[in-house]
Design a protein around this ligand. Structure first.
Ligand code: NAD
Length: 474
């Protein structure tokens, strides 16, 4: 049983003022596998003070100095890939293919921030003025449990690249990953106070970050409800806010699609990260004229999807992260049936043969409509909803009839038609016949899916204020 007692402030691992111990579970077995001591508002204040003290010097470092620091971070995080993989398996339950990606992504994303920093234009002329991109100050970085190490590294590397210092409030449920990242960052030997990490509850440590005038900017990934709360609370001290929130992303299957050929993409998009992915394609829009054919292909394909022990190589879907999350998903499976949608695969309860662990059957609803709760609300589990549409215009209207707008997938055989449809979808990212990622492109959402963008030069700009300098010629 691992006990994580320290938080990281001003270049040191320190004992928090907070007294509460929080249990960490293995979601595959439900066993308690560790405990983390949580910081409190006092700890958050100390961390913010340390980041404020470090800001003047860090904000004046050169691009080359920051690149060198990020390279050290990259090396130290990359060296801990195996430890991260084990922590991700233990405390999150990601199946091995996903887990491998999640264990390498933290280092990859630091490399991407280095890339963005190397080509970033910090100063440019416009007319008679010089515009200087200036770091905003101390950034408060708040992460969720569904890719904690990756989100810490992405937000921190970008903030530091821009010249900001940071206080990180990681997900309290992912303390093992946080500990590994903290040890790596300590080894990277950055100046004290440049980054600080305070484990703690959202409504305690997160709340202090949202309220404290020493924080200039918040970058948050998590639920839309908490995101909205951060905007409201942060307004009192005029914080800059970047939010990456939830989604109910459409997978739009056009009527010329080859269903057998596209089905692996449909299911991968929906079940990625065991369904606990903000970008998951959870609404599958299918032409009504070919609905029965689609259902047949989908049912057959889902019968080969394995939900179970994440350590087994052929597992596609691991457990839900917590009991609460498992119950939430079960509740939505009941709601879908009560609403009158047809259960095509899966359903309530654990997959056959599993008696412990927060496992969910891969579940497909069909013959749903877009007004049902299972079509409107983010479930965050392996539960997908097939919604029939009449024609292309109807499909686009359904795709856009949502409070969210994070991602979308368009599948069809005519590339021009796919591109035409893709351009009409209101989402931060629209993919056509692919699930590839382009880390140089901005990532974020329309509507309730977020505010602002991360990644590439767009992500860097979110930590900077343009300052216009005009000097008398005379
Ligand atoms: P959550 O909003 O409950 O928690 C996220 C973080 O916010 C945690 O660290 C939590 O402790 C903290 N928090 C909670 N209350 C707070 C408060 N009052 N003030 C400040 N911080 C507070 O979300 P979660 O359950 O950890 O993650 C799942 C959600 O995250 C889903 O809605 C998902 O769609 C979203 N998400 C979005 C993206 C994206 O990039 N758009 C990526 C992953 C997850």
């Amino acid at each position: 049983m691992q006990r994580i007692e320290h938080i990281y402030i001003n270049g040191e691992f320190v004992t928090p003022h907070g007294q509460e111990w929080f249990d960490l579970h293995n979601p595959s077995t439900e066993e308690v596998i560790g405990q983390v001591r949580l910081g409190d508002a006092h700890d958050a204040q100390r961390a913010i003070a340390a980041a404020q003290a470090a800001f003047p010097a860090w904000s004046r470092t050169t691009r080359e100095e920051r690149v060198a620091a990020l390279r050290r971070m990259h090396r130290a995080v990359a060296a801990r890939k195996d430890a991260l993989m084990e922590a991700i398996l233990m405390e999150y339950g990601a199946p091995s293919v996903r887990g491998h990606w999640m264990a390498t992504y933290p280092a990859d994303v630091i490399a991407q921030a280095i890339d963005a920093l190397e080509s970033f234009v910090f100063e440019e002329k416009t007319g008679a003025a010089t515009v200087i991109q200036t770091p905003v100050g101390v950034a408060g970085l708040i992460t969720p449990w569904n890719s904690n190490a990756g989100f810490i590294c992405n937000k921190l590397a970008t903030a530091l690249a821009a010249g900001c210092t940071a206080v990180i409030k990681p997900s309290e449920m992912s303390a093992m990953q946080t500990q590994i990242v903290a040890e790596a960052l300590h080894e990277a030997d950055l100046p004290p106070g440049v980054f600080n990490i305070v484990n703690g509850r959202g409504d305690v440590v997160g709340e202090e970050i949202a309220r404290n005038p020493g924080i200039a900017k918040i970058s948050f990934t998590g639920s839309s409800a908490v995101g909205q709360h951060l905007v409201t609370t942060g307004a009192a001290t005029m914080k800059r806010v970047t939010l990456e929130l939830g989604g109910k992303s459409p997978t739009l299957v056009l009527d010329d699609a080859d269903f057998t050929a596209v089905m692996p993409l449909v299911l991968q998009a929906g079940f990625m990260n065991s369904g606990q992915a903000c970008i998951a394609g959870t609404r599958i829009l299918v032409p009504r004229s070919r609905l029965a054919e689609f259902e047949q292909v989908a049912k057959e394909a889902v019968s080969h999807i394995r939900s179970g022990d994440p350590r087994q190589a052929d597992t596609d879907i691991g457990p839900m992260v917590s009991k609460k999350q498992w119950e939430r998903v079960q509740n939505y499976i009941r709601i879908g049936q009560e609403e009158g949608a047809t259960l095509l695969a899966g359903g309530e309860g654990r997959p056959e043969g599993l008696h412990a662990g927060w496992f969910v059957k891969p579940t497909l609803f069909t013959r749903a409509n877009n007004q049902m709760r299972i079509a409107r609300e983010e479930i965050f589990g392996p539960v997908l909803t097939i919604i029939p549409y009449e024609d292309e215009a109807d499909a686009i209207a359904i795709a856009n009839d949502t409070r969210y707008g994070l991602s979308a997938l368009v599948l069809g055989t005519d590339p021009e038609r796919c591109a035409r449809v893709a351009r009409q979808i209101d989402a931060g990212r629209v993919l056509v016949n692919t699930l590839v990622n382009e880390p140089r492109a901005p990532f974020g959402g329309f509507k309730h899916s977020g505010l602002g963008r991360e990644m590439g030069r767009w992500g860097m700009s979110a930590y900077l204020e343009p300052k216009t300098l005009l000097v008398s010629a005379g």
